[in-house]
Design a protein around this ligand. Structure first.
Ligand SMILES: N[C@@H](CCC(=O)N[C@@H](CS)C(=O)NCC(=O)O)C(=O)O
Length: 213
């Protein structure tokens, strides 16, 4: 398999973690987001959304959207499972994943931040305040979801890593870059630290990617 990624892309980071947890070998090709390579005609021909990641599957299919890619990996390589077996547990894990991937991440990704500063004339300080507000607000909501459920264990759901952790860890990493205040999220931070003890997570981290700067 071939992953189109970028060391700082948190959506690509999710897929790297999933591939590592499942022990699947993959090659990477890099699209430099800060240099706007994702806007090139050649990349737009691969993903018209001009977003990372893209996974080229073993049969040559080009898959987009990190959650869809991870569900594809789950269906084609079921072990180790990244979703629990019971429907309620699966719904909970997907909800936690979406709390990050659908509510926090989309309003903070580079194209939104570029629009704020470039088109709307927002200052760098205001842009950073926007970023921090939505990450802190979103992760505090995740914190409440985690604290209020007996299903939370060593990880977000039970004692093995799931899709929820796969989304959480890259979001925390991104938040650190923008100096977010995580003091309202002790459980999120505990789980993030627990995940980092696993090589599958650590090896997927931005500084360990070949294109890291
Ligand atoms: N929902 C998408 C989000 C993809 C996304 O926002 N990717 C970012 C990097 S994390 C990107 O490529 N941004 C390009 C840009 O903002 O110009 C997914 O989960 O794959």
């Amino acid at each position: 398999m071939l992953l189109y990624g970028y060391f700082r892309s948190s959506a690509a980071y999710r897929v790297r973690i999933a591939l590592n947890l499942k022990g699947l070998p993959y090659d990477q090709t890099f699209v430099h987001l800060a240099k706007l390579e994702q806007l090139s005609d050649s990349f737009a021909a691969i993903n018209p959304q001009k977003l990372l990641p893209v996974l080229v599957a073993d049969d040559g299919s080009q898959l987009t959207q990190s959650l869809a890619i991870i569900e594809y990996l789950e269906e084609t390589h079921p072990a180790p499972a990244l979703l629990p077996k019971d429907p309620v547990g699966r719904a909970r894990v997907r909800a936690l994943a979406m709390a990050v991937a659908c509510e926090i991440h989309p309003i903070n990704n580079p194209r939104v931040l570029r629009y704020l500063t470039g088109t709307l004339g927002v200052t760098e300080e205001q842009k950073d305040a926007w970023y921090r507000h939505w990450v802190e607000d979103g992760l505090q909501a995740v914190e409440k979801l985690l604290v209020s459920s007996p299903a939370t264990g060593r990880f977000s759901h039970g004692d093995t890593p799931t899709l929820a952790d796969i989304c959480l860890v890259p979001q925390v990493a991104n938040g650190r870059r923008f100096k977010c205040d995580f003091s309202g999220c002790p459980t999120v931070m505990r789980i993030e630290a627990e995940c980092q003890k696993l090589e599958a997570f650590a090896a997927a981290s931005p500084p360990r990617q070949p294109d890291a700067e």
